[in-house]
Design a protein around this ligand. Sequence first.
Ligand code: PMP
Length: 295
Amino acid sequence: MDQPVELSTPTPPAEGLVWLNGEFLDFARALISVDDRGFLFGDGVYEVVRVYDGHPFALDAHMARLRQSLNAIELEVSLTNEELAAIACELIDRSRLKEAELYLQITRGVARRLHLFPVGVPPTMVMTIRPVRVVPNEFREKGIVARTFPDERWERCDVKSINLLPNVLAKERAHRAGADEAILVRDGLITEGTSSNLFLFRDDELATPRIDHRILTGVTRGLVLRIARQKGYRIVERDIRVEELQAATEVFVSSTVMELLPVIEIDDVRIGSGQPGPVFRDLYATYREAVRAKS
Ligand code: PMP
């Protein structure tokens, strides 16, 4: 007789799991039509959520931003934030992954290629979970190198749209120039990284570009500001000229996946001491405490 199948202890899927329009699937079976408007037009929005010890971090903030993005592109989704959050949690549980990245994308559905919104077409909703891409410790201990590039994106960078071509090009160009991140510059002002927000410290002031259509309202950025405020830092959300970057004592970037990373060189110029600074260390330590408290 064959060995009985052990239903109670299934092997965890090594590569993660997908939820697609109501079904839980492995990656090989999760397929999307060539007529999907995400594929044809980049007509959709997304979120990335970090999972720590099996718990999604700052899920409410991500869901709130997702709803803002959906509203901005006039895409109606019948599921509530709570229903989407419940699906996300079920996906995490089913995957059995503990340290993971949850990706959520919603597009304007499948329809013949016409620019006008399709009528009566349900959105395509996808969530994937995969083991997190771990940021090597060395990046946090030694710092990362950045280069500035013109910000060639549209005028609604506050929308987390899946149109990421300018971000992709800038990141690739930075990589080819030996840098880890591209810092985007518009009209002489820094906006953000290709997938991160930016902070500067100088003369007792923690500065970051203010929230408007030029940048994404980063969830991590919000948390860093909250932590810094609680710790008594003087915070200014304002326009930052590109020349101010190299004169800063410290620069660091923030994002869900990178958390906080110190930037030690920009356009071949050393920042401060050329080492991760005390402000970065202080804020990052408290960020990690917040993560631990929630997971
Ligand atoms: N700006 C851009 C352009 C991004 O893609 C990201 C990453 N989602 C961020 C900032 C950081 O946002 P968050 O902290 O919410 O991950």
